[in-house]
Design a protein around this ligand. Structure first.
Ligand code: 5GP
Length: 237
C-alpha cells in the first residue's frame, strides 16, 4: 500500500501528492470550480467526490476496452492512486455535436449535428488561454512526436466510441470532451487527468438539459444537482 507523502502540485481542481513509490501518485479532487482560464472562481458542493468517482468508473470501463490509463485504485471518496506520468502539454478535444468554442468560432448554433467527429488540440497554457494548435505546431515545439500524436488520436476516437455508446444507455448524449495523456517513465502513453462533468459536455438525450460544467460557466441554477444526476445515472447512487 503506497504511503501519501508531500504535495507535488496543486491545480485548479486537484492536488497531486507523491507517495513512497516513485511510480505512483495520489490525486485528491477539490470542490473548487474555475472557468475561463481561472478568471471565474467558485465551489460546487461535493464536486470533488463526484468527479473522483465518475472518472474512476469511466477509466475502468475504458481500460477494459483496451485503453491504457493511469488509474490504479480508488482510495477514498476524493482520493485515487494513479501511475506517475509526465503530462503531454496538450488538451485533446473530441467533438460530436457543435457547442462551446467551436460554435462561437464557426458560427454554428449549439446542438448542430456535424458530418464527422472533430478532433482538436490545444496547448495547455492558462496564461495564453489554451490556444488551439495543429500537428505542425506540436512537431515544431516538440510537445509530442508524430508517432505519439498518431497514438493519441487513435485512442481519442476509440474513447469517444466507447463513452458515447455507454452513456447513450443512460440517456446521456456526449456532446464533446477534453482528454489529457501522460507518459510513464518508460515512455508508454496512458490516458491521464479526469473524465467528468468538469471536462465533458453531457446533455440529457431527451430534454437536452445540460448536466455539466456549462451550468457553472453560464451562471445556471442547480449545478450540484446536475453533477449528482451524472453520478446517479452512471453508478446508481
Ligand atoms: P470548448 O473548447 O468548447 O470550451 O470545450 C470543449 C470541451 O472540452 C468541453 O467539454 C469542455 O468541458 C472541455 N474543455 C476544454 N478546455 C477545457 C479546460 O481547460 N478545462 C476543462 N475542465 N475542460 C475543458
Amino acid at each position: 500500500m503506497a504511503v501519501k507523502m508531500e504535495q507535488m502540485y496543486e491545480g485548479k481542481a486537484k492536488k497531486v501528492f507523491a507517495t513512497d513509490d516513485p511510480g505512483l501518485c495520489i490525486v485528491s479532487y477539490k470542490d473548487d470550480a474555475t472557468a475561463f482560464d481561472g478568471k471565474k472562481k467558485g465551489t460546487i458542493a461535493d464536486k470533488g467526490e463526484i468527479n473522483n468517482r465518475v472518472t474512476n468508473h469511466l477509466m475502468k470501463l475504458l481500460s477494459e476496452q483496451g485503453i491504457p490509463t493511469h488509474f490504479v485504485e480508488e482510495l477514498s471518496a476524493r482520493e485515487t492512486l494513479v501511475k506517475r506520468v509526465t503530462i503531454v502539454p496538450l488538451e485533446v478535444i473530441v467533438r460530436n455535436i457543435a457547442a462551446g468554442s467551436l460554435s462561437k468560432r464557426l458560427g454554428l448554433p449549439e446542438g448542430t449535428k456535424m458530418g464527422a467527429t472533430v478532433l482538436e488540440f490545444c496547448y495547455k497554457d492558462d496564461a495564453l488561454g489554451d490556444p488551439m494548435v495543429n500537428e505542425y505546431h506540436i512537431a515544431a515545439m516538440g510537445w509530442a512526436s508524430a508517432e505519439e500524436l498518431e497514438t493519441i488520436a487513435a485512442y481519442a476516437f476509440k474513447i469517444n466510441e466507447a463513452l458515447s455508446l455507454y452513456l447513450k444507455e443512460v440517456n446521456i448524449e456526449l456532446i464533446d470532451f477534453k482528454l489529457e495523456f501522460g507518459r510513464l517513465s518508460d515512455g508508454t502513453l496512458v490516458l491521464a487527468d479526469e473524465i467528468s462533468p468538469d471536462t465533458c459536455r453531457f446533455w440529457d438525450s431527451k430534454t437536452r438539459e445540460k448536466l455539466d460544467k456549462d451550468r457553472f460557466r453560464r451562471d445556471m441554477d442547480d449545478i450540484e444537482g446536475a453533477y449528482r444526476e451524472i453520478l446517479k445515472r452512471l453508478i446508481g447512487q
